[in-house]
Design a protein around this ligand. Structure first.
Ligand code: ZN
Length: 189
């Protein structure tokens, strides 16, 4: 990433919206925005398979593992505006489990890229499927999109829910019901 080019682009935006990029409050804004974008898109430089592979353990358990309410912040790729919420991830082990703290870290790898919620949901499910090779994975994400709330339809507080089911969660209704029961959603996914 060329910081000077990025800062120049932010300066152009400031000028084009009718601002004066030289005034005191804005003088350091291009630098700050460039830094913020570097942090908010750090996921491009990270490998989700490596994050998960770092802490994999043998396990005889075949009971559902559920990590719920993982907060995340991402940027929508259509407007570069934040969307944020909580991700819930469940899987049924098949000989291996992954360190619990790795799941939130892996979610951040995908959140810190330009995203759409649907793809991020799929990517999280697929990353666990390929790294942990469980019997199945379920991912549900609830999020608020500022591009919907601040502009466009301006629906404040509306939540978007997406889900991705793999393996036994697709095939077995009981497993799916156990998952939604844990989430307390009472929803059909
Ligand atoms: Zn958007």
């Amino acid at each position: 990433m060329d910081k000077a080019v990025l800062e120049g682009a932010v300066k152009t935006i400031l000028t084009e919206i009718g601002e004066n990029p030289a005034r005191e409050g804005l003088a350091k804004t291009p630098e700050r925005v460039a830094k913020a974008f570097e942090a908010l898109t750090i996921g491009y430089a990270q490998d989700p398979a490596q994050v998960l592979g770092d802490a994999m353990f043998d396990s005889a358990s075949s009971q559902m593992v559920l990590v719920r309410g993982v907060e995340f912040y991402s940027l929508c790729e259509h407007h570069l505006m934040p969307f944020f919420g909580a991700a819930h991830v469940a899987y049924i082990p098949n000989g291996k489990v992954v360190g619990l703290s790795k799941i939130p870290r892996m979610i951040d790898v995908f959140a810190r890229r330009l995203q759409i919620q649907e793809r991020m949901t799929d990517q999280i499910a697929d990353a666990i499927m390929s790294a942990v090779k469980p019997k199945g994975v379920a991912v549900v994400i609830n999020a608020r999109h500022l591009c919907m709330e601040m502009r466009g339809v301006q629906k404040r507080g509306a939540e978007t829910t997406t889900s991705a089911l793999r393996g036994v969660f697709l095939k077995d209704i009981k497993t799916r019901e156990e998952f939604t029961g844990f989430l307390g959603l009472g929803m059909r996914v």
